[in-house]
Design a protein around this ligand. Structure first.
Ligand code: NAD
Length: 512
């Protein structure tokens, strides 16, 4: 136990077998099935988590509804105070939780710590927000009338999250939802269930210390079947789901069928345009981290480079040379740059994608492949690959959740932007240029069609202060900063008559 995993698990309250259903500090044990969580780092079994069955789901819902009665009328700044304490509780366990995230999901320890830092940051953001849930005041057209709007909590928020940000994405949703007065039920990814259980332990302790109802934070565990219990449930007015476009299309339709609200954060196919006016040093660094960081398993991972033809050969050689310096290995060992993929199924998809794109005419500039031998026993370690391809190739149009980077050339910026936007997804994007006209064109209404557009920064690594999300098949949802909180509340328009008569709007006369 070179990396202190055992101690971390213990500090986080995890055991060999854990209940996966909880409302606050109450852990419900009616399920019969278990999910085994294996580490992609070394292939070891970390622990088991019980799957939520219908009976325990009903208990979670009942507790949530009960808790909502109290939480919705707790003043928002008081709710903020609870979230402040949650942020402090996360600060205390940052190292342990970061380690678990790294070990269970496979991202580097640095990135695991970064993920917990993001949770702490969103707590701070939410605390401030708890005094700023502003509505507008309008001028009424009727004399002696006042009109304004206010934002009320919406109710039980169902959170479905992906494996690649096993804890941060939940906190983007839950911390904001909680200051808004909602209660939350979280279904973490079945590929990282222990991270979910660990967070529930941290949060429930804070709720208990403050004598707050258990149902403010609920946890359910399992695969899509458990997710479906929430998506089909009219008692859950908002479903916030993060994951693949395939999942989003099913979840979006299920929630729409009952006219519920959904907030979808789905797949990306992010590109960087590198113009002849780029600072190549910055462009190489941005492209490298964007493409191979988290082993290509970020929704914002750089998947395509669109490079001006005049610098194409030079750039591709320098990038390929940088790839030879990458050290691949155990994510907990800080000397490694690239960790494993989440599981062998992901390795299989990676291999198939390379095979398919080569059949379509792609040329491997930096060869991929699966690593074997000492340190790679889990079978989940792959080599980051660079492939020269064309934008219209089927595989280039598709998000493969692995470190495969497609590179292509362009001749003029208009063509580059058309290629850039010429994919079904619209999450993150970037341009590398020192030319103001090029940068502004990329950010203009005729430029990038993505939810995130950067200049001289890669596509990954967003800050929590901005609204996060994307267009087209990325699902249209926005989470985290700016005014994303509005998605977690219902708006009410109020008109008050303090005059002695009853004038009708639009001057309508209705006298008897
Ligand atoms: P996934 O779609 O396989 O699973 C995501 C979650 O959805 C899991 O919890 C899963 O159990 C649940 N789910 C799947 N089908 C469901 C259904 N029919 N009903 C209810 N729940 C269902 O995704 P993944 O492999 O865990 O994550 C990778 C994907 O997530 C990538 O496409 C990535 O781009 C995307 N992602 C997007 C963002 C974003 O903010 N846009 C962030 C992180 C990840």
């Amino acid at each position: 136990d070179q990396f202190g995993i055992k101690a971390a698990l213990q500090n986080l309250g995890l055991k060999a077998e854990n209940s996966g259903t909880s409302t606050g500090t109450l852990w419900i044990n009616t399920g019969k099935e278990y999910i085994s969580s294996y580490s992609p780092a070394d292939g070891a079994l970390i622990g088991k988590v019980q799957v939520t069955d219908r009976q325990s789901y009903e208990q979670v819902i009942a507790k949530s509804q009960e808790a909502f009665q109290i939480w919705r009328t707790t003043p928002a700044p008081k709710r903020g105070e609870i979230v402040r304490q949650m942020g402090n509780a996360l600060r205390e366990v940052k190292a342990d939780l970061g380690k678990l995230v790294s070990y269970e999901m496979g991202k580097s320890y640095q990135e695991g710590l970064g993920e917990v830092q993001e949770m702490i940051d969103i707590c701070d953001f939410a605390v401030g927000l708890s005094r700023q849930l502003y509505g507008l005041t309008m001028h009424s057209e009727r004399p002696g009338h006042r009109m304004y709007e206010q934002w009320h909590p919406i109710g039980v928020v169902g959170i479905i999250s992906a494996f690649n940000f096993p804890v941060a994405v939940w906190s983007w949703n839950s911390m904001i939802a909680w200051v808004c007065g909602d209660v939350c039920i979280w279904k973490p990814s079945e590929k990282a269930p222990l991270s979910g259980v660990a967070c529930q332990h941290i949060i429930s302790k804070v709720l208990k210390e403050n004598n707050l109802p258990e149902g403010i934070s609920g946890l359910i565990v399992g695969d899509y079947k458990v997710g479906q219990m929430m998506t089909e449930d009219t008692r859950v007015p908002l479903i916030s789901a993060t994951g693949s476009t395939r999942m989003g299309k099913i979840v979006g339709q299920a929630v729409a069928a009952r006219l519920g609200r959904s907030l979808l954060e789905l797949g990306g196919n992010n590109a960087i345009i590198i113009t002849e006016n780029a600072d190549l040093e910055i462009a190489i660094r941005g492209a490298l981290f964007g493409a191979v960081g988290t082993a290509g398993q970020r929704c914002t991972t750089t998947r395509r480079l669109i490079i001006h033809e005049s610098i194409y050969d030079n750039f591709k050689q320098r990038l390929a040379a940088a790839y030879t310096k990458l050290v691949i290995g155990n994510p907990l060992d800080e000397k490694n740059h690239v960790g494993p993929l989440i599981d062998k199924e992901a390795v299989d998809m990676y291999l198939k994608a390379i095979e398919k794109v080569k059949k379509e005419g792609g040329k491997e500039l930096v060869e991929g492949g699966v690593l074997s031998g000492s340190g790679y026993e889990s079978g989940c370690y792959v080599k980051p690959s660079i492939i020269e391809a064309e934008n219209h190739f089927e595989m280039v149009q598709h998000e493969t959740f692995a470190p495969i980077l497609y590179i292509m050339k362009y001749n003029n910026l208009e063509e580059a932007i058309a290629m850039h936007n010429g994919v079904p997804q619209g999450l993150s994007s970037a341009i590398m240029t020192l030319n103001m006209r090029e940068a502004e064109a990329f950010l203009s209404a005729a430029g990038s069609d993505c939810g995130i557009a950067n200049v001289n920064i890669g596509t990954s690594g967003a800050e929590i202060g901005g609204a996060f999300g994307g267009e087209k098949e990325t699902g249209g949802g926005r989470e985290s900063g700016s005014d994303s909180w509005k998605a977690y509340m219902r708006r009410q328009t109020n008109t008050i008559n303090y005059s002695t008569s009853l004038p009708l709007a639009q001057g309508i006369k209705f006298d008897i």
